[in-house]
Design a protein around this ligand. Sequence first.
Ligand SMILES: Nc1ncnc2c1ncn2[C@@H]1O[C@H](COP(=O)(O)OP(=O)(O)OP(=O)(O)O)[C@@H](O)[C@H]1O
Ligand SMILES: [Mg+2]
Length: 318
Amino acid sequence: MNPLLKVTNLSKSFGIKSGVLGRTQHWVKAVQEVSLSLNPGETLGLVGESGSGKSTLARLILRLIEPTSGEVEFKGEKLTRLDHQAMAKHRAGMQMIFQDPLESLNARWSIHQIIAEPLEIQGWEKSRQQARVQELLKIVGLDLAVLSRFPHEFSGGQRQRIGIARALALSPQLIVADEPVSALDVSIQAQILNLLKDLQEQFGLSFLFIAHDIHVIRFISHRIAVMYMGRLVELGPAQKVGSSPLHPYTQALMASVPSIELGSKEFKAIEGEIPSLVNPPNGCPFHPRCPLADEHCKAQVPPFIEKSAGHLSACFKS
Ligand SMILES: Nc1ncnc2c1ncn2[C@@H]1O[C@H](COP(=O)(O)OP(=O)(O)OP(=O)(O)O)[C@@H](O)[C@H]1O
Ligand SMILES: [Mg+2]
């Protein structure tokens, strides 16, 4: 099967300007040498602490920002080489849903206007727009009566359904969901996650699903990718990464949340601070916090390689 999305050695450094001349003084290495692929109908969960580069990777994939180096291929075409016109054609195929729908939805627009906007931009006739919007409301489980209302009149869960309807408007193949349930109550989270799963089955959608909650990631994902300081440190089948993680960082991440299965209610925070992205440590980026680190780990970045079928890790020790 050809992957829908293929990311190769993708990197992004942000220049930080300071001083009277406004020269770039530092570079924040937000994403470094990330490679991954996503198959049609698959959900890849992306997890990592705050600042690990998840949103930056998402924005690079959708080409909302330009990479410093590396490639993004969507449906076999290298997006990084396309001009604006050619890129516009692909925009319909890749959509995003966000953490806070209230921030991402225009507050002064009616629900009809919000969901119809992508159709309007593509030049759909009004009557066709109307039929599509009604169909989308049904798909996401909202009543037709909501159409003339405004975002602030809805609960968080309903607003997320509106955000999903809008994202689905042009029948995308890829949806990048950046923390789509993080702001919702647990019971509402479950409803939205189940809706996303149903939509995936119905339309064969692929999801890149970002969350910091490992339980959410394990529930929704077929495969899980773990990010630390801009790099992937582990990638593999959800079952394997969830129950027998290879990388000490993933192990610490799993241990840092209460386990429902084991009935534990203990939080065990990962020890130590995340180092600076401006001056990352030599060698493995996790070595200053890693209980297994030795001289080798301090000197060289461990290669990101396959340790068992489809299960990759960047660690000399595991
Ligand atoms: N436009 C920018 N200019 C400068 N630095 C940036 C920019 N965007 C992101 N960064 C930096 O890149 C790093 C990664 O940020 P990013 O938002 O991708 O992390 P994240 O994993 O999504 O975190 P969170 O879980 O908090 O959403 C951070 O140090 C951030 O400050
Ligand atoms: Mg983010």
